[in-house]
Design a protein around this ligand. Structure first.
Ligand SMILES: O=C(NCCCCCn1ccc2cnccc21)c1cc(-c2ccc(F)cc2)cc(O)c1O
Ligand SMILES: [Mg+2]
Length: 215
Protein backbone atom coordinates (compact mmCIF):
# COMPACT_ATOMS: atom_id res chain seq x y z
CA UNK A 1 0.00 0.00 0.00
CA UNK A 2 1.48 3.38 -0.95
CA UNK A 3 2.37 5.65 1.98
CA UNK A 4 -0.01 8.54 2.66
CA UNK A 5 1.14 12.14 3.11
CA UNK A 6 0.19 11.86 6.79
CA UNK A 7 2.35 8.72 7.17
CA UNK A 8 5.25 10.58 5.52
CA UNK A 9 4.87 13.41 8.03
CA UNK A 10 4.91 10.90 10.91
CA UNK A 11 8.01 9.17 9.51
CA UNK A 12 9.83 12.50 9.12
CA UNK A 13 9.07 13.33 12.77
CA UNK A 14 10.12 9.89 14.04
CA UNK A 15 13.40 10.11 12.11
CA UNK A 16 14.28 13.75 12.84
CA UNK A 17 12.54 15.10 15.96
CA UNK A 18 13.55 14.55 19.59
CA UNK A 19 11.43 11.75 21.09
CA UNK A 20 9.47 12.91 24.14
CA UNK A 21 9.87 16.59 23.21
CA UNK A 22 6.53 18.07 22.05
CA UNK A 23 8.12 21.35 20.95
CA UNK A 24 10.53 19.42 18.70
CA UNK A 25 7.62 17.44 17.19
CA UNK A 26 5.66 20.65 16.47
CA UNK A 27 8.73 22.26 14.88
CA UNK A 28 9.43 19.24 12.68
CA UNK A 29 5.84 18.94 11.45
CA UNK A 30 5.99 22.63 10.51
CA UNK A 31 9.37 22.12 8.83
CA UNK A 32 8.09 19.21 6.72
CA UNK A 33 4.77 20.86 5.80
CA UNK A 34 6.32 24.20 4.89
CA UNK A 35 9.25 22.75 2.90
CA UNK A 36 8.04 19.41 1.49
CA UNK A 37 4.25 18.82 1.47
CA UNK A 38 1.51 21.23 2.55
CA UNK A 39 -0.87 19.79 5.14
CA UNK A 40 -3.80 21.21 7.11
CA UNK A 41 -2.16 21.54 10.54
CA UNK A 42 -3.04 24.81 12.27
CA UNK A 43 0.63 25.67 11.70
CA UNK A 44 3.18 27.99 13.29
CA UNK A 45 1.55 31.40 12.66
CA UNK A 46 -1.95 30.50 13.89
CA UNK A 47 -0.26 28.18 16.41
CA UNK A 48 1.14 31.21 18.22
CA UNK A 49 -2.42 32.62 18.51
CA UNK A 50 -3.59 29.22 19.82
CA UNK A 51 -0.75 29.25 22.38
CA UNK A 52 -1.65 32.77 23.55
CA UNK A 53 -5.39 32.14 23.95
CA UNK A 54 -4.71 28.72 25.54
CA UNK A 55 -2.31 30.24 28.13
CA UNK A 56 -4.80 33.02 28.94
CA UNK A 57 -7.48 30.36 29.58
CA UNK A 58 -5.18 27.94 31.47
CA UNK A 59 -7.76 25.13 31.00
CA UNK A 60 -8.19 21.91 33.00
CA UNK A 61 -10.47 20.12 30.54
CA UNK A 62 -9.82 20.67 26.83
CA UNK A 63 -11.84 19.36 23.87
CA UNK A 64 -10.56 19.41 20.29
CA UNK A 65 -12.77 18.73 17.28
CA UNK A 66 -10.56 17.49 14.45
CA UNK A 67 -7.29 15.78 15.43
CA UNK A 68 -5.76 15.22 11.97
CA UNK A 69 -2.07 14.31 12.61
CA UNK A 70 -2.14 15.49 16.23
CA UNK A 71 -0.26 18.76 15.68
CA UNK A 72 -2.64 21.04 17.64
CA UNK A 73 -3.28 18.38 20.29
CA UNK A 74 0.49 18.17 20.92
CA UNK A 75 0.80 21.96 20.76
CA UNK A 76 -1.87 22.34 23.45
CA UNK A 77 -0.79 19.35 25.55
CA UNK A 78 2.71 20.83 25.90
CA UNK A 79 1.06 23.76 27.74
CA UNK A 80 -1.39 21.72 29.87
CA UNK A 81 -0.96 22.06 33.63
CA UNK A 82 -0.53 18.91 35.78
CA UNK A 83 -3.69 16.84 36.18
CA UNK A 84 -5.36 18.42 33.15
CA UNK A 85 -6.52 16.48 30.12
CA UNK A 86 -7.27 16.94 26.44
CA UNK A 87 -9.88 14.93 24.55
CA UNK A 88 -9.61 15.09 20.76
CA UNK A 89 -12.23 13.83 18.29
CA UNK A 90 -11.23 12.39 14.94
CA UNK A 91 -13.72 10.92 12.49
CA UNK A 92 -11.24 9.71 9.86
CA UNK A 93 -9.58 6.43 11.01
CA UNK A 94 -6.55 6.91 8.75
CA UNK A 95 -5.85 10.25 10.45
CA UNK A 96 -6.38 8.85 13.95
CA UNK A 97 -3.95 6.05 13.02
CA UNK A 98 -1.23 8.65 12.41
CA UNK A 99 -2.16 10.96 15.31
CA UNK A 100 -1.85 8.17 17.90
CA UNK A 101 1.86 7.34 17.28
CA UNK A 102 2.56 11.06 16.74
CA UNK A 103 1.14 11.89 20.17
CA UNK A 104 3.04 8.97 21.72
CA UNK A 105 6.32 10.06 20.07
CA UNK A 106 5.79 13.54 21.55
CA UNK A 107 5.37 11.95 24.99
CA UNK A 108 1.99 13.54 25.77
CA UNK A 109 -0.11 10.36 25.50
CA UNK A 110 -0.94 10.47 29.25
CA UNK A 111 -2.64 13.85 28.81
CA UNK A 112 -4.32 13.26 25.46
CA UNK A 113 -7.16 10.90 24.61
CA UNK A 114 -8.16 10.38 20.95
CA UNK A 115 -11.90 9.69 20.55
CA UNK A 116 -12.62 8.11 17.16
CA UNK A 117 -15.97 8.90 15.64
CA UNK A 118 -18.30 11.71 14.65
CA UNK A 119 -18.75 14.68 16.95
CA UNK A 120 -22.54 14.40 16.81
CA UNK A 121 -22.36 11.01 18.55
CA UNK A 122 -19.33 11.66 20.75
CA UNK A 123 -20.30 15.06 22.20
CA UNK A 124 -23.53 13.74 23.81
CA UNK A 125 -21.52 10.89 25.40
CA UNK A 126 -18.76 13.04 26.99
CA UNK A 127 -20.46 13.37 30.39
CA UNK A 128 -21.48 9.71 30.75
CA UNK A 129 -18.79 7.78 28.87
CA UNK A 130 -15.75 10.07 29.37
CA UNK A 131 -16.57 11.54 32.80
CA UNK A 132 -16.42 15.09 31.55
CA UNK A 133 -18.29 17.63 33.68
CA UNK A 134 -17.71 20.78 31.63
CA UNK A 135 -15.05 21.91 29.13
CA UNK A 136 -12.93 25.03 29.68
CA UNK A 137 -11.46 25.25 26.19
CA UNK A 138 -12.64 23.90 22.81
CA UNK A 139 -10.44 24.08 19.71
CA UNK A 140 -12.72 23.68 16.66
CA UNK A 141 -10.93 22.53 13.51
CA UNK A 142 -13.04 19.85 11.80
CA UNK A 143 -15.56 20.07 8.92
CA UNK A 144 -16.29 23.79 8.62
CA UNK A 145 -20.01 23.18 8.06
CA UNK A 146 -20.17 21.31 11.40
CA UNK A 147 -18.89 24.20 13.53
CA UNK A 148 -22.31 25.71 14.25
CA UNK A 149 -24.25 22.51 14.87
CA UNK A 150 -21.53 21.18 17.17
CA UNK A 151 -21.40 24.48 19.09
CA UNK A 152 -25.16 24.28 19.64
CA UNK A 153 -24.76 20.63 20.67
CA UNK A 154 -22.11 21.55 23.26
CA UNK A 155 -24.58 24.10 24.71
CA UNK A 156 -27.47 21.64 24.68
CA UNK A 157 -25.41 18.95 26.45
CA UNK A 158 -24.52 21.39 29.26
CA UNK A 159 -20.82 21.09 28.51
CA UNK A 160 -20.13 24.84 28.48
CA UNK A 161 -19.91 27.00 31.58
CA UNK A 162 -19.64 30.78 31.96
CA UNK A 163 -16.17 31.61 30.64
CA UNK A 164 -15.71 28.48 28.50
CA UNK A 165 -13.60 29.46 25.49
CA UNK A 166 -14.24 28.29 21.93
CA UNK A 167 -11.41 28.93 19.48
CA UNK A 168 -12.27 28.17 15.86
CA UNK A 169 -9.74 27.75 13.06
CA UNK A 170 -10.38 28.73 9.40
CA UNK A 171 -13.22 31.18 9.86
CA UNK A 172 -12.04 33.04 6.73
CA UNK A 173 -10.58 30.20 4.63
CA UNK A 174 -12.03 27.64 3.94
CA UNK A 175 -14.52 29.70 5.97
CA UNK A 176 -17.25 29.16 8.56
CA UNK A 177 -19.65 32.05 7.86
CA UNK A 178 -22.65 30.58 9.64
CA UNK A 179 -20.53 29.91 12.74
CA UNK A 180 -19.35 33.55 12.79
CA UNK A 181 -22.94 34.72 12.34
CA UNK A 182 -24.14 32.47 15.16
CA UNK A 183 -21.54 33.26 17.84
CA UNK A 184 -21.56 36.97 17.02
CA UNK A 185 -25.37 37.42 17.09
CA UNK A 186 -26.68 34.74 19.49
CA UNK A 187 -26.06 36.90 22.56
CA UNK A 188 -24.40 33.94 24.32
CA UNK A 189 -20.79 34.76 23.40
CA UNK A 190 -18.20 37.54 23.59
CA UNK A 191 -16.25 37.25 20.32
CA UNK A 192 -12.75 38.26 19.21
CA UNK A 193 -11.34 37.84 15.70
CA UNK A 194 -7.63 37.06 15.16
CA UNK A 195 -6.61 37.76 11.54
CA UNK A 196 -3.86 35.47 10.24
CA UNK A 197 -3.08 33.32 7.19
CA UNK A 198 -3.77 29.77 6.02
CA UNK A 199 -1.03 27.51 7.38
CA UNK A 200 2.21 27.59 5.35
CA UNK A 201 0.59 30.06 2.92
CA UNK A 202 -0.04 33.76 2.33
CA UNK A 203 -3.77 33.30 1.80
CA UNK A 204 -5.76 35.27 4.36
CA UNK A 205 -7.44 33.34 7.18
CA UNK A 206 -8.47 34.06 10.78
CA UNK A 207 -9.35 32.41 14.07
CA UNK A 208 -12.37 33.42 16.14
CA UNK A 209 -12.52 33.27 19.92
CA UNK A 210 -16.02 32.97 21.41
CA UNK A 211 -16.29 33.12 25.22
CA UNK A 212 -19.53 31.61 26.55
CA UNK A 213 -21.47 34.07 28.75
CA UNK A 214 -23.48 31.38 30.50
CA UNK A 215 -27.07 30.34 29.88
O1 LIG B 1 -10.84 20.85 6.05
C1 LIG B 1 -10.13 21.24 6.97
N1 LIG B 1 -10.19 20.66 8.17
C2 LIG B 1 -11.14 19.54 8.43
C3 LIG B 1 -10.48 18.19 8.08
C4 LIG B 1 -11.48 17.04 8.09
C5 LIG B 1 -12.08 16.86 9.46
C6 LIG B 1 -12.75 15.52 9.56
N2 LIG B 1 -13.23 15.38 10.92
C7 LIG B 1 -12.42 15.22 11.97
C8 LIG B 1 -13.21 15.10 13.11
C9 LIG B 1 -14.54 15.19 12.71
C10 LIG B 1 -15.77 15.11 13.40
N3 LIG B 1 -16.93 15.23 12.71
C11 LIG B 1 -16.90 15.43 11.38
C12 LIG B 1 -15.72 15.52 10.64
C13 LIG B 1 -14.54 15.38 11.33
C14 LIG B 1 -9.11 22.32 6.72
C15 LIG B 1 -8.85 22.70 5.39
C16 LIG B 1 -7.88 23.69 5.12
C17 LIG B 1 -7.58 24.11 3.73
C18 LIG B 1 -7.94 23.29 2.67
C19 LIG B 1 -7.64 23.66 1.36
C20 LIG B 1 -7.00 24.87 1.11
F1 LIG B 1 -6.71 25.24 -0.15
C21 LIG B 1 -6.65 25.70 2.16
C22 LIG B 1 -6.94 25.33 3.47
C23 LIG B 1 -7.19 24.30 6.19
C24 LIG B 1 -7.46 23.92 7.50
O2 LIG B 1 -6.81 24.50 8.54
C25 LIG B 1 -8.43 22.95 7.77
O3 LIG B 1 -8.67 22.64 9.09
MG1 LIG C 1 -7.78 24.13 10.33
Amino acid sequence: MAQSKEQRILEFVQENAVKGDPQSVVEHIDKYCSQKEWAMNVGDEKGLILDKVFKETNPTTVLELGTYCGYSAIRMARLLKKGSRLLTVEMQPEHAAVAKPMIEFAGVQDKVQILEGATETIIPSLKTKYEVDQVDFVFIDHFKNFYTSDTKLLEKCGLLKKGSVLLADNVVYPGAPDFLEYVRTSGHYDCTNYPSHVEYSDKLDAMEKAVFKGN
